[in-house]
Ligand binder design. Structure first.
Ligand SMILES: NC(=O)c1ccc[n+]([C@@H]2O[C@H](COP(=O)([O-])OP(=O)(O)OC[C@H]3O[C@@H](n4cnc5c(N)ncnc54)[C@H](O)[C@@H]3O)[C@@H](O)[C@H]2O)c1
Length: 339
């Protein structure tokens, strides 16, 4: 299939483009390069521009002929930045995505896959942190609210317009391409594994923020999944798009993408140290600090719907994700410094 991939130069988009190509599909990347990496677009059909640029989208469809599906990754993604500058986030993630959906509909697009997030779920009550797609929603940042808003927009517009929409709710993607072709690229990562790698390389301690949550060891609980597994979920979503709706009916389908296993931050830090000491003979110093404003105990996925409708589940382990992230950092350092 020929797939329009917005944000294909970014972290998850670049892994997905590789996975799509390996599965015999043709990605067509649309990315403004406001983030992402230009080299991740090399070898692909690539258009540099904005998702709300109607003239550009018209040109893409004219030049590329009918496109079978759109995977819409492009968005701003930094939670603290969304708190400081909510206008930017509502403008980029909501207003522009709304325009994109309208333009895609006018061009006859029938299938839209939207990158959503587990951050739309509210705090879990009780001691089972697993959430199904129907769990209560209560996004705690402007970023997370843009994701929930766009799910609502997708649900309403898909019902009224000519397309169907799948919202893939990612839990916590980590790691890098096992073959080291692409990987995380943010020099100042805010996500947990990127922070651990930075702390390990600089010798700074890694602080587990929040240690009195009602979890098994007091730290927050998450559902870490390898980004390569996540990339393959998108291939599965493209390939099973029509059959999923044949089974479920309707025009809009939210689907959790996670491993189904909760992992606390202390457990992740211990796994990091096991891998880091095996690879480098060193360990990360683990400290503790109070929870930050807006932190939550967390949740992990009940991924049954993904298994049933997309025939997808995770295969790679947290240890493999940590190892690939560490090797990727080394590869990047050698590329930059030449040794
Ligand atoms: N990384 C995560 O942990 C995570 C978790 C849940 C959901 N998501 C969602 O997955 C998607 C991809 O995330 P990522 O981590 O790969 O982010 P990323 O920043 O690496 O990639 C986003 C890409 O979109 C492009 N882009 C942004 N605004 C654009 C615009 N207006 N027009 C064209 N291109 C634009 C950027 O240049 C970048 O290449 C996002 O929608 C994000 O909200 C990410």
């Amino acid at each position: 299939m020929k797939v329009l991939v917005t944000g294909g130069a970014g972290y998850i988009g670049s892994h997905t483009c590789l996975a799509l190509r390996e599965a015999g599909h043709t990605p067509v990347i649309l990315d403004s390069l406001v983030n992402g990496r230009p080299e991740y677009t090399q070898g692909y059909i690539f258009y540099q521009g904005d998702i709300a640029d109607e003239a550009l989208l018209n040109r893409i469809f004219q030049e590329q002929g009918p496109l079978d599906c759109c995977i819409h990754f492009a968005a701003r993604i930094v939670v603290p930045e969304s708190v400081q500058n909510p206008y930017l986030y509502y403008h980029e993630n909501v207003a522009k995505s709304l325009e994109l959906f309208r333009i895609l509909d006018s061009l006859g697009m029938k299938r839209i896959i939207f990158s959503s997030s587990a951050s739309i779920y509210g705090s879990v009550q009780g001691d089972d942190y697993a959430v199904t797609e129907d769990a209560p929603k209560d996004p705690s940042s402007p970023y997370a609210r843009t994701k929930l808003m766009m799910e609502m927009v997708l649900e309403d517009t898909s019902r009224a317009m000519g397309f169907k929409g799948i919202a893939l709710r990612y839990f916590n993607p980590i790691g890098a391409d096992p073959q080291m072709r692409v990987g995380p690229y943010d020099p100042n990562p805010t996500h947990v594994l990127g922070t651990m790698v930075t702390c390990a390389l600089t010798g700074r301690p890694f602080n587990v923020t929040g240690t009195d949550w009602p979890t098994r060891d007091g730290s927050g609980i998450r559902d870490y999944l390898h980004v390569w597994d996540l990339a393959k979920a998108h291939v599965a979503a493209v390939e099973h798009f029509d059959s999923a709706f044949e089974k479920m009916g309707g025009d809009f389908l939210p689907i959790n993408l996670g491993s189904g296993n909760g992992c606390t931050v202390f457990e992740l830090a211990n796994a990091f140290n096991a891998v880091y000491s095996r690879l480098k003979g060193k360990t990360l110093t683990i400290g503790t600090a109070p929870a930050r404003p807006g932190d939550v105990a967390g949740a992990y996925a009940k991924p049954d719907r993904a298994a049933e409708l997309l025939e997808w589940k995770t295969h790679l382990t947290i240890e493999e994700a940590i190892e690939h992230a560490l090797i990727w950092t080394e590869v990047e350092r050698v590329k930059k410094l030449g040794y």
